[in-house]
Design a protein around this ligand. Structure first.
Ligand code: SIN
Length: 535
C-alpha cells in the first residue's frame, strides 16, 4: 500500500450521470460519499440526452399503459416486477427532480409532452427543448456542491474493484483508481457502479467517448454476474456525416412528425410496422439498415421540412444549431441518418435494489441489468430507470451494510497482485487496435449477426489478447481497450448462445424468435461460466 494513497469513505460511487449523482444525493443522508468520474462532472451519457424522460403525468394516461408499452417493446424478455416498479415509482421521482429545481418544458400551464417510438401516447417530458440531460445534470451538480457530505473526484479512472475476505465473506470493499499519475485505494462500506454501458465497442455510436464498459468489465473480473449482454440497442437516427462522430437526432424529431425516406424519396416505415416511424427502436433501426442496403448507401433521409424554422429552433435548439453548423438547414434540407450503437440493455445483474451478486457491490443506470428493458428499451425509459433504481439503493444498503465494521482492517483487503509491482505506465497509442476492434464488432456483432461472424470476432480477440500488455503497465487508454475487449467478448459469447432473434438481437441464421428463449436471460460469470435463468 506504500505507493498508494488510501482514502476512506462510507460509500464510493463510480460515474456521474443521473444514476450516479442521484444515488450520491440519497446516500449522503446515510454517510460520507465520494463520486469518482473518469472525465469531468459535465461529461456523461446523461449530459448528451436530448429527447426526454418517459413518465405518466397526463390525464387519461396510466401506469398500466406505460407498463404495457414497455413490455411490448421489450419483446418477451422484460422483468415484469422491475417494469412495474419503474413505471409506478417514476412519477414520484420526477416530482423530486422538480422540487430540486429541474425545469421541464411547459405549454401554457401544462407539461409539454411528446411521443416517441413504441409509446401508445404522448408521455415524454422534455427540458430546454432538446437538452434534458444538461438540465438534469446541472441541477443535481448544484445540489451535490452544497450537500456537504459528497466529494467529487474528477478525471479519476476506475482500474479494479478491491475485494476483502471480511468476516470470511468475499466482498467488495473499495476500488483502485488512478488520477493522472496518482494511484488511490478508495475503501468503502459499499461500492456503487453507475459507470454506464459500453457502446464505444462499436465504431458508430451516439455515446460519449468515455463509455467503454469499465465498470462492467471490472465487475466481471471481480466475479459478478453479468446478464443480457447480447442486447445492445442501436438508435435509428444518428447524423451520418463521416468522418465526424455520429450525432444523435432525437427520436422526438420523429415524435413531432419527422418521416424517413429512401433514396427515391419514398416513405418506407409504413411498409414495416403499423406505428411507422414511431415503431419500437429495433424495428426502425433494422428497417433503415435494410433500406440503406437496398439503396447501396450507408444512410437514409430524415425529413422534417413540414415544420416552420421558428418551431424547429425552439423545439430542437441543439439539433437545429448543430446541423446548421454542418451546413444542413432542417427546415429546408433532408438529413442523412443511420443507426448507431446507443444503449446497453444488459450489464451487471442486480436485484430490484441495485444489489449485485457480489457482496458490497451495487450497480444502477446503464451499467446495471435488472431486466427492466428486456430485449429492447422503450424510448426515454433510460433516464427514468436511472432515477428509480438508484433511488432504491439506499434502502438495501441501510439493511445490508450497517454491520460492516469500518474502516475495515487493512489486512483483510486483497489488493490486485499487480499493484505492488506497479511501474510507470506505458504511453503506447492503441488507436489502430481500438479502431480495428470496433469495426469488427460493428460488422459482425452489430445490427445483424450470424455464427460465423461472431466466431471470427472471438478468434480475433483470442489472437489479440496480448495487445494491451500487462495491467501494471497500462495507461488509461490501454485499460479502456482491455475493458472494451472484455465486454465485447461477453457480448459475442451471449450473442452466440442465443440462437434466435429477439428485440435488438438479430441473428441472420436464426431469424425468428423462439418460444424456448422467451423470458430467458443469459448470465455470464468469470468463475462459473454461463447460465440461462428465468426471472
Ligand atoms: C432520443 O432522444 O432519441 C434518445 C432518448 C433515449 O435514448 O431514450
Amino acid at each position: 500500500m506504500e505507493k498508494i494513497k488510501e482514502i476512506n469513505t462510507d460509500y464510493l460511487i463510480v460515474g456521474s450521470g443521473i444514476a450516479g449523482l442521484f444515488t450520491a444525493l440519497n446516500l449522503s443522508r446515510l454517510g460520507k460519499v465520494i463520486v469518482i468520474t473518469k472525465k469531468d462532472l459535465s461529461e456523461s451519457n446523461t449530459s448528451l440526452a436530448q429527447g426526454g424522460i418517459a413518465a405518466v403525468s397526463a390525464e387519461g394516461d396510466s401506469w398500466e399503459s406505460h407498463f404495457e408499452d414497455t413490455i411490448r417493446a421489450g419483446a418477451g424478455l422484460c422483468n415484469k416486477k422491475a417494469v412495474e416498479i419503474m413505471v409506478r415509482e417514476g412519477p414520484g421521482r420526477i416530482n423530486e427532480l422538480m422540487k430540486m429545481g429541474v425545469s421541464f418544458d411547459y405549454k401554457g400551464d401544462q407539461l409539454d409532452l411528446t411521443r416517441e417510438g413504441g409509446h401508445s401516447r404522448k408521455r415524454i417530458l422534455h427540458a430546454r427543448g432538446d437538452r434534458i440531460g444538461v438540465e438534469i445534470i446541472e441541477v443535481l451538480s448544484e445540489k451535490i456542491a452544497v450537500s456537504g457530505n459528497i466529494e467529487v473526484h474528477e478525471n479519476t479512472f476506475l482500474l479494479e474493484l478491491l475485494k476483502s475476505n471480511y468476516k470470511d465473506e468475499d466482498r467488495v470493499c473499495g476500488v483502485l483508481a488512478r488520477t493522472g499519475n496518482l494511484f488511490r485505494a478508495y475503501i468503502a462500506r459499499a461500492v456503487i457502479l453507475a459507470s454506464g454501458g459500453c457502446s464505444m465497442i462499436y465504431s458508430n455510436t451516439t455515446n460519449s467517448r468515455a463509455i467503454t464498459g469499465d465498470g462492467i468489465a471490472a465487475a466481471y473480473r471481480a466475479g459478478a454476474d453479468i446478464m443480457d449482454m447480447e442486447f445492445e440497442q442501436f438508435h435509428p437516427t444518428a447524423l451520418y456525416n463521416p468522418p465526424e462522430p455520429f450525432f444523435l437526432i432525437s427520436e422526438s424529431v420523429r415524435g413531432e412528425g419527422g418521416i424517413l425516406l429512401n433514396k427515391k424519396g419514398k416513405r418506407f416505415m409504413p411498409d414495416y410496422h403499423p406505428m411507422a416511424e414511431l415503431a419500437p427502436r429495433d424495428i426502425v433501426a433494422r428497417a433503415i439498415y435494410n433500406e440503406a442496403r437496398k439503396d447501396s448507401r450507408p444512410y437514409v433521409w430524415l425529413d422534417v421540412r413540414k415544420h416552420e424554422v421558428s418551431f424547429l429552433k425552439k423545439r430542437f435548439p441543439l439539433i437545429y444549431s448543430t446541423l446548421k453548423e454542418k451546413g444542413i438547414d432542417m427546415a429546408k434540407d433532408l438529413i442523412p441518418v443511420a443507426p448507431a450503437a446507443h444503449y446497453l440493455m444488459g450489464g451487471i445483474r442486480t436485484d430490484l435494489y441495485g444489489r449485485s451478486s457480489v457482496k458490497g457491490l451495487y450497480a444502477c443506470g446503464e451499467a446495471a441489468c435488472t431486466g427492466v428493458h428486456g430485449a429492447n428499451r422503450l424510448a426515454s425509459n433510460s433516464l427514468l430507470e436511472g432515477l428509480v433504481f438508484s433511488g432504491r439503493i439506499p434502502l438495501r444498503i441501510l439493511a445490508e451494510e450497517k454491520d460492516v465494521r469500518f474502516p475495515m482492517d487493512r489486512l483483510d483487503i486483497e489488493l490486485p497482485e499487480f499493484v505492488t509491482a506497479f511501474q510507470a505506465y506505458n504511453t503506447l497509442s492503441f488507436d489502430e487496435d481500438r479502431q480495428e476492434f470496433r469495426e469488427k464488432m460493428t460488422e459482425r456483432a452489430g445490427i445483424e449477426r450470424e455464427a460465423g461472424g461472431l466466431i471470427s470476432v472471438l478468434d480475433w480477440l483470442e489472437k489479440n489478447r496480448g495487445i494491451c500488455g500487462k495491467r501494471e503497465k497500462l495507461s488509461d487508454e490501454g485499460y479502456e481497450l482491455m475493458n472494451m475487449m472484455t465486454v465485447g467478448e461477453l457480448t459475442v459469447r451471449a450473442s452466440l448462445l442465443r440462437e434466435e432473434s429477439r428485440g435488438c438481437h438479430y441473428r441472420k441464421d436464426f431469424s425468428e424468435s423462439s418460444a424456448d428463449w422467451e423470458n430467458k436471460h443469459i448470465v455470464l460469470n468469470k468463475n462459473s461460466g454461463s447460465e440461462v435463468i428465468v426471472l
